[in-house]
Design a protein around this ligand. Structure first.
Ligand code: FAD
Length: 303
């Protein structure tokens, strides 16, 4: 890609930061620089058109230079992060995963189903990451403190699970509960849930007291995890927020406020769930902006 860019006449200056953009009265822009590139480029570059593709940043102040130009910024918050659960009932199960669980944030309208991974610090996996993306703003408001309820049997309701257990007890009364995992759950996870329900290693299904059975059903449907924080900055994948889409022409990615200024990628208020959608958004908007910038008429004064 770099070779292709160089062949097309693109000059690449690394370790060089754009500090400030000034829209010039005669048209075009002056771009104040810092870093190594200043030695060859000087302290400022003149440009008839400018593309801002500086990526996301969860710190609001990182967008001040774009606010100063006259743009607004949808407040940035992190997205695609995992949950920290310091006092997790699953803390002895790092590495255990299930292909299909439901994660519900108690008292909120936030839930997601998908693969779930127990980690050393809490829980991760697509179910958590995607929930963090859909709930990025609300979870930020909650300071990343909430109760996550995990259903390990998302196909079941309270009623259907209760019926299932009643029938299973009738058919398998002599089977030991802890030793035989059900619902395709990993043995270690099943054992942990059964033990937390108060069942001993020898208990048979026919001997399970009503209280322990209720507790097991509750844990299967709603294992409560006290979420206290998220993965720290740098480990989260994308930023929710940025330049509002209403301030950009979708066909060209040109600013609706400052002619000649273009935006592409995560600096825009676009964030996707996992699965390559963020790369796709960056590539697509970059392509559109590049095409439009190459064919747009050069403003006379800056030509
Ligand atoms: C660990 C991790 C894993 C990811 N995995 C995936 C994935 O699997 N699928 C997916 O779709 N997305 C993924 N993403 C998100 C994806 O990488 C981004 O959405 C995408 O790279 C955004 O592209 P961009 O060009 O807009 O910004 P970036 O790739 O962030 O590039 C912006 C560049 O601008 C530079 N810059 C910033 N400010 C200035 C300035 N003032 N002056 C000069 N240069 C500046 C930065 O140094 C950076 O090099 C992941 C992100 C992370 C952090």
């Amino acid at each position: 890609l770099e070779d292709a860019a160089r062949r097309a006449g693109v000059r690449i200056h690394t370790r060089t930061a754009a500090e400030q953009i000034t829209a010039l009265p005669e048209g075009g822009f002056s771009l104040a620089l810092s870093g190594e590139g200043v030695a060859t480029l000087g302290p400022a570059l003149r440009a008839s058109r400018l593309l801002v593709a500086t990526g996301g940043n969860p710190k609001s102040g990182a967008y001040d230079w774009l606010r100063e130009l006259g743009h607004t910024v949808a407040e940035p918050v992190p997205s695609l992060f995992t949950f920290n659960v310091p006092a997790s009932p699953l803390r002895d199960l790092p590495g255990v995963s299930v292909p299909h669980a439901r994660v519900v944030i108690a008292g909120e309208k936030l839930q997601y189903e998908g693969p779930l991974l127990v980690t050393h610090w809490g829980v991760s996996g697509p179910a958590v990451l995607k929930l963090s993306a859909w709930g990025a703003r609300r979870l930020h408001e909650l300071s990343y403190h909430s109760t996550a309820l995990i259903s390990w049997v998302p196909a079941h309701t309270d009623e259907s699970l209760r019926s299932w257990v009643q029938q299973f007890r009738l058919d398998n009364g002599k089977k030991q509960v802890v030793a035989h995992a059900q619902f395709g759950l990993p043995t270690r996870l099943w054992r942990t849930l059964a033990e937390q329900a108060g069942l001993g290693p020898e208990t048979r299904w026919s001997e399970v007291p009503a209280k322990a059975q209720n507790r097991l059903l509750e844990l299967l449907l709603r294992t409560p995890l006290q979420v206290q924080g998220k993965t720290t900055h740098k480990e989260e994948f994308v930023t929710c927020g940025g330049i509002p889409l209403a301030e950009v022409n979708f066909k060209t990615m040109e600013s609706r406020r400052i002619p000649g200024l273009y935006f592409a990628g995560e600096v825009l208020d676009v964030d996707g769930i996992t699965g390559g959608f963020n790369f796709q958004a960056a590539w697509t908007t970059g392509f559109l902006a590049g095409q439009a910038m190459a064919t747009a008429p050069v403003p006379q004064a800056a030509a």
